[in-house]
Ligand binder design. Structure first.
Ligand SMILES: [Zn+2]
Ligand SMILES: [Zn+2]
Length: 391
């Protein structure tokens, strides 16, 4: 049976490429992916799946019901793009200025559509169900996963798997690790209210640039001096905006940053430290402030048995040398929410091919991936399907 599935995948592959390129040319930002969702739903209906749209927002769920009772396995693919201008020169370049599939979500979706197409042709042999969760808004908090779960997207699901195309790994390889694999993400936004004035009369002002600089410097001490060095943590300030002219003391400054952690206790501690630094520095500088601290995705933990299964199937299908034990990464992924609810695992699909085109990291304006990686990923999903609902 598995050989028939894999053969069909190979035959469907050119269609996966054309879907991928269509999505790549027509990217849509998180929470605004209406047309992409429509296209996904239309393709899934063509395979005879039961399709639900508008799940928790722009989410689309396609269910392939087997002819016999059995388990329900879910696969998740995300489909939102990023606010980046596409800088690569290829025929399938983004047609939308300032919006680009720079994280490979177009490929995740095309891979899953290919898997859905292949499995839909074997409906007679399926014992149980395969639930394809096409998720909107992975790139932007609060993300699509939690709202899909809240609207029943995981009801009846026995296990869930997801994957990410990853140009840090060569084509053909699959990376996975049991336990913590991606970090929790939080976001902080701070407005410092100083008192503006003439650049030559600093004593009559409260300089929001100086206050902001001091806060940013103090924040650097959280990870280096206040968190256990054996606990992974990141505090990054990505935005510091203030001022209009060289001789004006800025009235307001805006700081935005992100916190990445694995351990929930470290997560709490860092939030408390940020709050205390901002309060302390602003008070001693006579500045006012507004601090908005948002908890984003939790850390992603791969379940033990489900990770072991992916490893076993990868070794069988692709060979032991293609399986990579990945170190945890400080990037975040809202797949984390699904595996808080049901057992599951998330793996990385090697997407770095020959040449320069596919050497750029996810979120780079020249990001592209080796399209054959979609077939490699598809094989793993088909193996998982065979294990859960066909054997
Ligand atoms: Zn991304
Ligand atoms: Zn991504």
């Amino acid at each position: 049976m598995i050989q028939q599935l894999l053969k069909r995948l190979q035959e469907v592959y050119p269609e996966m490429v054309s879907w991928r390129r269509h999505f790549h040319q027509h990217p849509e930002l998180s929470f605004l992916e209406g047309k992409t969702a429509e296209k996904i739903a239309e393709i899934l209906r063509g395979f005879g799946l039961i399709v639900k749209t508008g799940v928790g927002g722009n989410g689309v769920i396609g269910v392939l019901q087997g002819k016999q009772e059995g388990k329900t396995i879910a696969f998740r693919a995300d489909f939102d793009a990023l606010p980046i201008t596409d800088e690569k020169e290829v025929g399938y370049k983004s047609t939308v200025q300032g919006v680009m599939h720079a994280c490979g979500h177009d490929g995740h979706t095309a891979t899953m559509l290919g898997v859905a197409k292949v499995l839909s042709e074997f409906q007679e042999d399926i014992k149980g169900n395969v639930q394809f969760i096409f998720q909107h808004a992975e790139e932007k908090l609060p993300g699509g996963a939690s709202s899909i779960i809240a609207t029943g997207g995981l009801d009846g699901v026995d296990a869930i798997y997801g994957a990410h195309l990853f140009t840090d790994l060569p084509l053909g390889k699959i990376g996975i690790k049991e336990g913590p694999i991606m970090a929790a993400v939080d976001v902080f936004k701070l407005t410092i209210q100083g008192k503006g004035g003439h650049g030559a009369k600093p004593h009559e002002t409260v300089d929001s640039v100086v206050v902001g600089s001091q806060i940013i410097n103090e924040l650097q001490q959280i990870v280096s001096r206040r968190v256990d060095p054996l606990e992974p943590a990141v505090v990054t300030v990505g935005v510091f905006q203030a001022g209009t002219a060289f001789n004006i003391i800025a009235d307001k400054a805006r700081i935005e940053g992100t916190v990445r952690t694995f351990n929930p206790r470290v997560r709490e501690k860092i939030e408390a430290e940020i709050r205390s630094i901002v309060k302390g520095v602003c008070e001693s500088s006579h500045a006012g402030y507004e601090l908005e601290y948002t908890h984003g995705y939790p850390a992603l933990f791969n379940h033990k048995e489900e990770t072991a299964l992916v490893k076993k199937l990868v070794q069988e299908e692709l060979g032991t040398e293609q399986l990579v034990e990945l170190p945890p990464r400080m990037a975040a992924e809202d797949f984390a929410y699904y595996v808080l609810e049901v057992p599951g695992a998330f793996f990385m699909i090697g997407a770095h091919g020959e040449g320069e085109n596919t050497c750029y990291a996810n979120h780079h304006p020249k990001f592209d991936f080796e399209e054959n990686a979609m077939e490699v990923g598809g094989k793993v999903f088909l193996r998982l399907s065979a294990y859960y609902v066909m054997e």
